[in-house]
Design a protein around this ligand. Structure first.
Ligand SMILES: [Zn+2]
Length: 298
């Protein structure tokens, strides 16, 4: 092996880090003593992401800017790392984006670090769907209900708690086949176009639905399109939503544990039949639930 090959071997890992290239779980860097890892290793538009940050010194707090959002971090004593959940919106164009970390040391000094990430394009399918006409051509009364729902949802989405409430892995809310993936471009009755912003599970009416993780119930009521709907706040700006239920088993304001029963599946609202639509929302952005369910979390 010549001197040039040896030099290349020494330089390559650093070069890969400088480009923010994901390696397995996500890269580690030693520049300025910061180590940043992330999951999933490949980021696409629509993907949730968990950042795991080991700063060079002990910090009393850590936050970050990412794609014009604030990311809140919580310290995990077992790994001595800071964990923060974030996401990449469906509308984000492929490219390189910076995670701008800002920490406060125990002495009250500010330290910062920038890690760059590549966002690759995701490929999502297209389908045609038929639903009752009232969902594609609502009457004035139905439009009024839709308008009211919109303000209810806006209120609910404003009440999120930045403190972390999730613990450990997110679990599937039901044990069933997936009938439609996140990101599908759908045309309803040949007219209304929309992007499928959740994950559909093929479950018959009355199947037990469980909370994907621990959190606080923000909403537990019927809505026009969503049907009987439960929204859980897991902290750090992350919510999970469960739609079209036949029955709701929790109340707004209630704390739920991971795996706790929150309702029974159904086909209420704009649904072609009984199924569970689960959605993941982070700071106003819908993310791919299937990816969230694969993340290894403390
Ligand atoms: Zn759905």
């Amino acid at each position: 092996m010549g001197a040039f090959a040896l030099l290349l071997m020494a330089v390559l890992p650093l070069a890969a880090f400088a480009k923010g290239k994901p390696i397995a779980k996500g890269s580690r860097g030693n520049t300025q003593g910061w180590a940043v890892q992330w999951q999933p290793s490949r980021l696409v538009n629509g993907s949730p992401v968990v950042f795991e940050v080991a700063p060079p010194v002990r910090l009393s707090g850590l936050s970050a800017k990412w794609l014009e959002h604030d990311v809140s971090f919580s310290f995990d004593p077992a790994t001595r790392s800071w964990f923060g959940i974030a996401g990449v919106s469906l509308e984000t164009h492929p490219g390189t984006y910076a995670l701008e970390l800002k920490g406060t040391t125990s002495k009250g000094n500010d330290i910062s670090f920038v890690q760059k990430f590549t966002v690759s394009p995701a490929r999502y399918p297209s389908v045609a769907v038929s639903v009752a006409r009232k969902f594609t051509e609502p009457s004035p009364e139905q439009l009024e209900k839709i308008r009211q729902d919109k303000s209810v949802k806006q209120d609910v989405f404003r009440q999120t708690d930045p403190r972390r409430e999730w613990t450990g892995k997110f679990r599937p809310p039901v044990d069933a086949r997936i009938s439609d993936v996140f990101g599908t471009r759908r045309t309803f009755n040949g007219k209304v176009q929309s992007m499928h912003q959740g994950l559909d599970y093929a479950v018959p009416q009355g199947t037990r639905i469980s909370a994907a993780n621990s959190g606080t119930v923000l909403l537990a009521s019927p809505l026009y399109f969503e049907g009987n709907c439960v929204v859980i706040d897991h902290g750090q700006g992350l919510l999970t939503l469960y739609l079209h239920m036949s029955e709701i088993k929790v109340k707004a304001g209630e704390q739920v544990a991971s795996g706790q029963e929150i309702g029974l599946s159904g086909g209420t609202g704009r649904a072609t039949g009984p199924h569970l639509h689960m959605a993941v929302r982070w700071e106003g952005v819908y993310l791919n639930p299937a990816t969230l369910l694969t993340l290894k979390l403390p």
